[in-house]
Design a binder for this molecule. Structure first.
Ligand code: HEM
Length: 380
C-alpha cells in the first residue's frame, strides 16, 4: 500500500483534494437521491393534467373537451364563453380568439405546471449541481497557471471602451439574475425565510429593478457587445482542433487560439441566440399592454424567458469560473485591460502572433511572487 507520507507535497495536496471532492460528491448524491420520488410525483401530476390518465367518468371527458376549446363541446355546437371578446382597435368587431371564445381556458394551469414544476425544479437543481461540479473540478484540476511564469511585459487586450461595456453589462446581468431568481423561487425559498411581508417588500423592489435594468441598461449592453465582438467570434480554422483538445482544460496541452478561443465563441453565440430570446421575451413581459399581448403570448414568453435565463445563468457560472479562480491572469485582462505576454502566448497564441509587431509592449514592476502588476514604463 502506498503510504501518504511517501507522496510529494504536490501529490499529497492532490490526494486530499480528490478525497474531499469525493466526500462532497457522496454527501450531495445521497441527499439528491430521495428527490427522485418528488420527480415522479411531479411528472405524474403533469401527465394527469394533460389528460393522459385513464378516466372512467364521461363528464370528465366532456369538460376536458370544453377546456381544450374543441368545437361542439357545448350543447349548441359552439364553444361557450363567459366573455364575448374585446373590440378590435378601430372597429366594432369583437376580437375572438382562444382566450375569449371558450368557457374554460386551461392554458394558465398548464403554464403554471411548466413554470413551477419543470423550469423552477429542474433549473434549480441544474444550477445547484453545477456549483457542486465546479467546486469538484477546481478541487481536482486546480487553477491553470502561467507555465513559464509572468514575463513582466504586457500587451493591451481589451480597450477601456470594451471593458466599460463588459462591466456595465456584467453588473446588470447580476442584478437581473438575483432579482429574477428571487421572483422564480420567492414562494418556495424566500417566503419561508423572510415571511410574506418581508418578501412582498423585496419582490416589489426586485420587480422594479428587473424591469428597469433589463430594457434600459442590459439590453443596450448586450447589443453593443454583439456588435463589438462579432468579428472576433466568426468561425475560423483551428476551432475544431480546440474542441478536440478539450480547450486545454482536460490534460496538459494548450490548443492554439485566435483573439477568442472556441469556448468563448460558444459563449458569444449562446448570448446572440438564447440570450437574445431571453431579452425579447423579457421585453414582451415587461410591457404587457403596449402591443396588446394575449395571455397565451405572455405565458409562452414567460416559459421561454425563465428557461433561457436559467441556461444563461448556468453558462455564466462557467464563464465566471474560468475568468476568476480557474485561470491565472484572465481577470486581470478585463480589469486592467493588459495581459502578460506569456499569458497571451499560452492562451491565445495566434492572436499574439498577429499583434506582436504592432502592439505597444509595456514593462511592469513585478509584485513579489505575483503575476500581476500595474503597467509603469512603456517601451517601443
Ligand atoms: C431586457 C431584459 C429583461 C427584461 C425586460 C426582463 C423582464 C422580466 C419580466 C417582466 C419578468 C416577469 C416577472 C413576473 O411578473 O413574474 C421576468 C422574469 C424573470 N427574469 Fe427577466 N428580464 C430581462 C432579462 C433577464 C435576464 C438576463 C435574466 C437572467 C440573468 C432574467 C431572469 C429572469 C428570471 C429568472 C425570471 C423569473 C421567471 C418567472 O418568475 O417565471 N431576466 N423578467
Amino acid at each position: 500500500m502506498t503510504r501518504n507520507r511517501n507522496l510529494t507535497p504536490e501529490r499529497r495536496r492532490r490526494y486530499w483534494r480528490i478525497t474531499l471532492a469525493s466526500v462532497v460528491l457522496m454527501v450531495v448524491g445521497a441527499m439528491a437521491l430521495p428527490l427522485t420520488g418528488y420527480l415522479y410525483v411531479g411528472l405524474s401530476d403533469a401527465y394527469a393534467q394533460g389528460g393522459g390518465a385513464e378516466d372512467s367518468n364521461p363528464r370528465a371527458n366532456y369538460w376536458r373537451a370544453v377546456r381544450a376549446g374543441q368545437a361542439g363541446s357545448s350543447a349548441d355546437g359552439v364553444n361557450y364563453s363567459s366573455v364575448t371578446g374585446r373590440p378590435m382597435p378601430g372597429s366594432d368587431a369583437l376580437w375572438l380568439n382562444r382566450e375569449t371564445e371558450n368557457l374554460i381556458n386551461g392554458d394558465g394551469q398548464n403554464w403554471r405546471q411548466i413554470r413551477n414544476r419543470v423550469i423552477a425544479v429542474y433549473g434549480g437543481w441544474i444550477l445547484f449541481g453545477l456549483i457542486v461540479v465546479m467546486l469538484h473540478f477546481y478541487a481536482i484540476r486546480g487553477r491553470v497557471n502561467l507555465e513559464d511564469g509572468a514575463s513582466g511585459v504586457k500587451v493591451l487586450r481589451w480597450t477601456a471602451w470594451e471593458r466599460f461595456v463588459h462591466w456595465v453589462t456584467a453588473v446588470s446581468f447580476l442584478v437581473l439574475a438575483v432579482t429574477g431568481l428571487s421572483l422564480l423561487f420567492g414562494r418556495s425559498i424566500l417566503i419561508p425565510l423572510m415571511g410574506p411581508e418581508g418578501f412582498s417588500v423585496w419582490a416589489a423592489i426586485a420587480m422594479g429593478l428587473h424591469e428597469f435594468v433589463g430594457p434600459w441598461i442590459f439590453t443596450p449592453g448586450v447589443a453593443l457587445m454583439i456588435a463589438m465582438w462579432l468579428i472576433n467570434n466568426l468561425p475560423e480554422k483551428g476551432d475544431i482542433e480546440w474542441w478536440i483538445k478539450g480547450g486545454g482544460i482536460i490534460g496538459k496541452s494548450h490548443p492554439s487560439s485566435g483573439r477568442l478561443n472556441s469556448g468563448e465563441k460558444l459563449w458569444f453565440w449562446f448570448i446572440a441566440t438564447f440570450g437574445v430570446a431571453c431579452i425579447v421575451t423579457g421585453v414582451i413581459l415587461a410591457f404587457p399592454v403596449e402591443w396588446a399581448q394575449t395571455r397565451s403570448t405572455m405565458q409562452l414568453s414567460n416559459v421561454i424567458h425563465g428557461a433561457s435565463a436559467l441556461l444563461w445563468i448556468a453558462f455564466w457560472m462557467g464563464h465566471a469560473y474560468i475568468g476568476t479562480i480557474g485561470s491565472e491572469g484572465s481577470l486581470e485582462a478585463m480589469t486592467t485591460g493588459y495581459v502578460d505576454v506569456n499569458w497571451a502566448k499560452q492562451h491565445h497564441d495566434r492572436w499574439y502572433e498577429e499583434i506582436a509587431d504592432s502592439a505597444e509592449h509595456v514593462t511592469v514592476q513585478q509584485p513579489a511572487g505575483g503575476a500581476t502588476g500595474e503597467p509603469t514604463t512603456a517601451k517601443a
